[in-house]
Write a protein that binds this ligand. Structure first.
Ligand code: DGL
Length: 266
């Protein structure tokens, strides 16, 4: 019981931005990181097909790893599948990832906020409802990027990033209106924090880049405390943290990257 892992799920390596925060907050916990690389990128999937895929994968994952909780460290999946997951696996606690629109609306001074995500995330009704609910007084620009998640994958594996491509992808986030400028960009894809330094470098002016990773990790921590308040039960047993790739094919660069994050490829 004490050794049941926390499962982290993403389409690729983006969820590692959440894993690193979760590790800091829960050093005594074991983690299983699952990348649905066979389905990557999620950005272009139709909603019903993506929902179906994630539900099917979870049926197998819960059976195989028996996690204590699962974190969907992916905006594109979370904005479409959380209700279905909770309905289907009623006894299993899930933490989702949603675009940080509320904190952005609270923090902006200019009232001009951009939400940078995958094409799937920015077109979701869920995202539009968040804007209506929390940011009705702001001017929110939704920017869907076809290629940033893949650029982050390449960067993390090969150390190479095409800065001109990053510049072009983030450019639509920057707007000037009635003498005011965009001052916050919400990173609504867990891959993007890996590129944030390149984004800073290629941005036309400085902005606040909102990365929700720590907030997600904190939510997982508080959910675990609700489930099982006794901390002494959390003593970590031996055994490596695992990374699982749905393609079953993790190449050398991927294995190395996982090793860097303290994960052995299963
Ligand atoms: N990391 C994912 C997200 O947070 C999506 C990346 C992708 O599959 O395109 O939205």
């Amino acid at each position: 019981m004490a050794d049941r892992p926390i499962l982290m799920f993403d389409s690729g390596i983006g969820g590692l931005t959440v894993l690193r925060e979760a590790r800091v907050l829960m050093p005594d916990r074991r983690f299983v990181y699952v990348a649905d690389d066979a389905g990557f990128p999620y950005g272009a999937w139709e909603e019903p097909a993506l929902r179906q895929r994630v539900l099917e994968l979870f049926a197998g994952l819960l059976d195989r790893f028996d996690p204590e909780i699962s974190v969907i460290a992916c905006n594109t999946a979370s904005t479409v599948v959380m209700d279905a997951l909770r309905e289907r696996f009623v006894d299993h606690p899930f933490v989702g990832t949603v675009p940080a629109i509320k904190p952005a609306a609270e923090r902006t001074r200019s009232g001009l906020v951009s939400v940078l995500g995958t094409p799937g995330t920015v077109k979701r009704q869920y995202t539009r409802d968040l804007i209506r609910q929390w940011a009705s007084k702001c001017h929110v620009r939704l920017v869907g990027s076809d290629s940033l998640a893949a650029l982050a994958e390449t960067y993390m594996r090969e150390g190479f990033v095409d800065e001109e491509a990053v510049r072009a992808e983030i450019a639509p986030c920057f707007i000037e209106k009635d003498g005011a400028r965009t001052d916050i960009v919400v990173l609504a894809c867990t891959h993007y924090p890996f590129l944030v330094n390149r984004m800073r470098k290629t941005a036309p002016w400085p902005v606040d880049w909102l990365d929700p990773a720590e907030a997600i990790a904190r939510r997982a921590l508080s959910l675990l405390a609700e489930i099982r308040p006794a901390v002494e039960g959390n003593r970590r047993l031996d055994g490596p943290d695992l990374a699982v790739f749905t393609s079953g094919k993790a190449d050398f660069a991927t294995r190395r990257l996982m090793q860097g994050f303290g994960l052995s490829v299963s």
